[in-house]
Write a protein that binds this ligand. Structure first.
Ligand code: ACO
Length: 327
């Protein structure tokens, strides 16, 4: 069975920039605090009326163009998102309609910031088994819409965006997605949630007033989990392939926080120079983070044929995963 190969990448970030200085006017924070604790300098915010599927479709068009693939050729669209345009139907079906990808079946995967790696893994299975010849994988989140702009613990961290990848069966042996590893620990569900708006706590005037339909986070616990599990899942992938850290050419990791990246890279003994970093520009774009970073690295000409690319992400769930790719 041929491996699945990433034959096109694309990304989209809304035009409006919100700097740390802008946030100083909204909450009791400072550019110095945000920069020192996170590495984030600015993030993007969707325009009024702009939706997650708009951003997803924009990123997808770029990826399809690079792949030389027409929307009608797609068999499958998987969107990693937790901020779909509406609770029903999925974001993916709206993307399908916007692209005119008539033949593709489409669905969302909800794994928060790990969404794109989860979606990539799902699409990888369809390509490997021959059930799909062309798959579109998207990570897209409009996270500024689910932030409590009075909560300085969370509102400084996130931004909006989308990234996309087109997959096809590899024509070269050993080239493509070598493996994916997905892991979940649902006992940690409560450390990062949007408490209200689901079946457990339907929306009421009271919980809307209390902003319980917005993100609530235990930052320290998320931090510890992120460092621990990004490290473990990367070590696992390296072990499976018998790769030494030196054999990894590029790291494309979820852009949550510079201190998380540094701690993980140090533990897995890969120099930080191998890691594409853009969180200073975009903040944490949730499911979009990994495919945006991949697209930027790709368009910058960093990823050479045959290079080993280690991709990994972690998010609410807690859910995390890796994808090891021979470019
Ligand atoms: N500006 C100024 N002060 C702040 C801010 C802010 N924006 N946010 C929190 N503080 C304050 C806190 O209230 C606290 O004050 P106190 O001591 O008076 O109570 C103080 O700063 C220190 O807070 P800590 O929580 O100890 O700060 P920490 O060094 O842990 O950094 C942070 C906080 C940046 C949130 C960190 O815990 C973190 O990055 N966690 C990971 C969170 C994350 O990345 N989430 C993304 C979603 S999941 C994912 O993508 C992996």
């Amino acid at each position: 069975m041929p491996l699945a190969q990433i034959i096109g990448t694309g990304s989209y970030a809304p035009a409006q920039v919100i700097t740390n200085r802008d946030l100083e006017k909204i909450v009791n924070t400072s550019d110095a605090w945000i920069t020192e604790r996170t590495g984030i300098k600015e993030r993007r915010k969707a325009a009024p009326g702009e939706t997650t599927s708009d951003m997803a479709a924009a990123a997808a068009r770029e990826a399809l163009a690079m792949a030389g693939t027409r929307p009608e050729e797609l068999d499958l669209i998987v969107v990693g998102t937790i901020t779909a345009d509406m609770p029903m139907p999925s974001c993916a079906v709206l993307v399908q309609a916007k692209l005119g990808a008539k033949r593709a079946f489409a669905f969302d995967v909800a794994a928060a910031c790990a969404g794109s790696v989860y979606a990539l893994s799902v699409a990888d299975q369809f390509i490997r088994t021959g059930q799909a010849k062309r798959a579109l994988v998207i990570g897209a989140d409009l996270f500024t819409g689910v932030l409590n702009w009075k909560d300085r613990n969370t509102c400084v961290l996130f931004g909006d965006g989308a990234g996309a990848m087109v997959l096809a069966p590899s024509e070269e042996e050993g080239r493509g997605i070598l493996s994916t590893h997905l892991r979940t620990d649902g006992t940690l569900a409560e450390i990062l949630t949007i408490p209200a708006g689901g079946s457990r706590e339907p929306l009421t005037e009271e919980n809307l007033r209390e902003q319980r339909h917005k993100v609530v986070m235990n930052g320290r616990e998320v931090f510890k989990c992120a460092v621990r599990e990004l490290t473990s899942v990367t070590r696992e992938a390296l072990r499976v392939h018998g790769f030494t850290p030196a054999q990894v050419d590029h790291v494309i990791v979820h852009q949550a926080n510079m201190r998380i990246l540094e701690a993980v890279l140090q533990r897995i003994e890969i120099p930080i120079e191998k890691c594409w970093i853009n969180l200073d520009k975009y903040g944490n774009t949730s499911a979009a983070s990994v495919p945006i970073a991949l697209d930027e690295a790709n368009r910058a000409g960093k990823l050479k044929r045959g290079d080993v690319v280690a991709m990994m992400a972690v998010g609410a769930g807690m859910a995390w995963g890796s994808a090891m790719v021979r470019w």
